[in-house]
Design a protein around this ligand. Sequence first.
Ligand code: SAM
Length: 160
Amino acid sequence: MSRLDHFINRMVSQRACLDHAIAQTATLGGPVFELGLGNGRTYHHMAENMPDRAIYVFERAVASHPQSTPPDDMLILGDVHDTLVQALERFGSTASLIHADLGGHNPAKNDAFAKAISPLVEPLLAKGGLMVASDRMYFDGLTEQALPSDAVPNSCFIYG
Ligand code: SAM
């Protein structure tokens, strides 16, 4: 598979999994967390499709497109190893939807990173909430969910 194929699969799956999770969690009242703003494409998609839900964005250095930059009061700046711990104190287990796209181009590093943050992410999710991740996560109490039919297996993961 070419890098272009891989990239397209990842983008198609990211949107399919997000749309699925947005619909499945629509009746939950808790906040939404976007982990990794980057260019802001997925944040923009989430904001467009969840205009009435509070979306907090975790990022260490904002470098997003101007149209995809969250307001200051919805930005949680810093390393997620620290800010996820602080978020548990602030929000408790209330997040209705958590999306994580924190990785780079090195699969081994992405896997190690996913292992390290999984125990920090897991307690933030509300009962009935869903987590969408670009990398396989390592949760004790959450289980991997079936992907929507338009997602490509192993390009995106859903836990709940
Ligand atoms: N989903 C985004 C989009 O659609 O544009 C792309 C996200 S990009 C692949 C990953 C982002 O995660 C980068 O902006 C990077 O700064 C952020 N990131 C990576 N490691 C982080 C960490 N330890 N703490 C906070 N942010 C981090």
